[in-house]
Design a protein around this ligand. Structure first.
Ligand SMILES: [Zn+2]
Length: 392
């Protein structure tokens, strides 16, 4: 293949080409073509998708000199119809061309060099060798990019010898060590000339809009997240939908959303504290009521209590009535929990008694000192457990 169709014309969406090699790699059928519309993953840009004959093109990768099209099912050799998933490609062209403008402006106006680019499914990022960017930096960078988009600079291609790069002012990405010969250059008129094998819009105007989303520190630099083109509208629509839901849920306007949510969260924390205090008071009352009974073996069951409640009741009993034993339990939708209490002078070995009770309930647990706690699927055999505690 001399110059593949995706390089000759980034806007070509259909083509007939010959399948020249077919094969299988790790169980995935692939085809190599005499010419192709499908961009193979590289330079931070993901592979194109589409259809090849009746098969779906799931991935496209370079393997040495070959471009392999990984397919949903095998195809035969000979001529085949190629159809590009244009919405995916167009999106990639907008993000990728946007990245070129962002990178060029960051270097020209701020002296921040781009060290990496990653085109993601939701957003993309570039890595800059700038130590830190604040909100004002991002705003200035975004504004400068917007001006270059408005300038509708034509994007074109040419080739050059590596030896001419310096004279031409080419911004070169990593070329293989010792590489010599002719390289494809992307020329954004008056803004940037650089080595790139990706697919691009024909004018910066087609980027439409580029929005910087935020930054993240990384080793020796800063990662800058962005969206460009039609993604900006989709993201804006998603934000609007979310805000509409929040406005309706919280019964307030956009400008008050954060304030109202912060107030609600504070209130929730206060309520959680109040519920915890009430739970503790309830546990203390429950323990006192149990201890008021003369029986040596105390027995209580509640619905929907947590382990913290049982523990507080159990600890209080062990301190207030060290000669008693107790079985405390609770059941909820999540299953059953139980607590065995043996006061210091109750004459009970808590480990042995607890294990025997856990086994009787078909559950498991652990304990030391005066408390053994455990979980079980149900309390069907609770009477049996009580008998064990009585006899131990
Ligand atoms: Zn490019």
């Amino acid at each position: 293949m001399s110059i593949p169709a995706y390089h000759r014309d980034c806007y070509l969406t259909e083509l007939t080409a010959d399948v020249v090699t077919i094969g299988e790699e790790d169980g995935n059928p692939f085809a190599v073509l005499a010419d192709t519309l499908f961009y193979p993953e590289g330079g931070g840009q993901p592979a194109d998708h589409g259809r090849l004959g009746g098969a779906e093109v799931l991935d496209v990768q370079r393997r040495g000199e070959e471009i392999r099209h990984y397919l949903s099912r095998p195809v035969g050799e000979g001529p085949v119809r190629l159809e590009l998933d244009w919405s995916r490609r167009w999106d990639h062209m907008q993000q990728h061309t946007g990245q070129h403008v962002l990178t060029a402006v960051a270097l020209r106006d701020f002296d921040w060099r781009t060290t990496a680019f990653h085109l993601g499914a939701e957003w993309s990022d570039i890595e800059l060798d700038a130590p830190r960017l604040d909100r004002a930096d991002l705003y200035r960078l975004e504004e400068a990019v917007a001006r270059e988009i408005h300038a509708a600079r034509p994007v074109d291609y040419r080739t050059a010898e590596v030896s001419d790069f310096e004279r031409l002012g080419v911004r070169s990405r990593r070329l293989p060590e010792g590489f010599e010969g002719t390289v494809r250059l992307v020329d954004i008129e008056g803004l940037d000339l650089n080595t790139c094998g990706g697919t691009h819009c024909r004018s910066t105007a087609e980027i439409g809009l580029l929005c910087l989303l935020g930054t993240e520190p990384m080793r020796g630099g800063t990662r800058v997240f962005f969206v460009a083109g039609d993604r900006v509208r989709r993201r804006m629509a998603a934000h609007e939908d979310r805000n509409l839901q929040l406005r309706s849920l919280l019964d307030t306007g956009d400008d008050k959303l954060s304030e109202v949510i912060a107030l609600r969260l504070d209130r929730e924390k206060e309520l959680a504290r109040a519920v915890r205090r009430l739970g503790e008071e309830l546990a203390d009352v429950a323990a006192a009521t149990l201890c008021a009974d003369d029986a040596q073996l105390l027995d209580a069951h509640w619905q929907d209590r947590d382990m913290a409640f049982l523990q507080r009741v159990g600890r209080t009993i062990a301190e207030a009535a060290p000669d008693r034993r107790a079985l405390l339990s609770s059941e909820s939708e999540e299953g059953a929990i139980f607590l065995v209490v043996a006061g210091e002078s109750s004459g009970l070995n808590i480990g042995e008694a607890g294990s025997a009770i856990a086994a009787a309930l078909g559950g498991r647990g652990g304990g030391r000192g005066t408390i053994y706690q455990g979980k079980a699927d149900s309390l069907r055999d609770r009477d049996h457990a009580l008998q064990i505690l009585r006899d131990a």
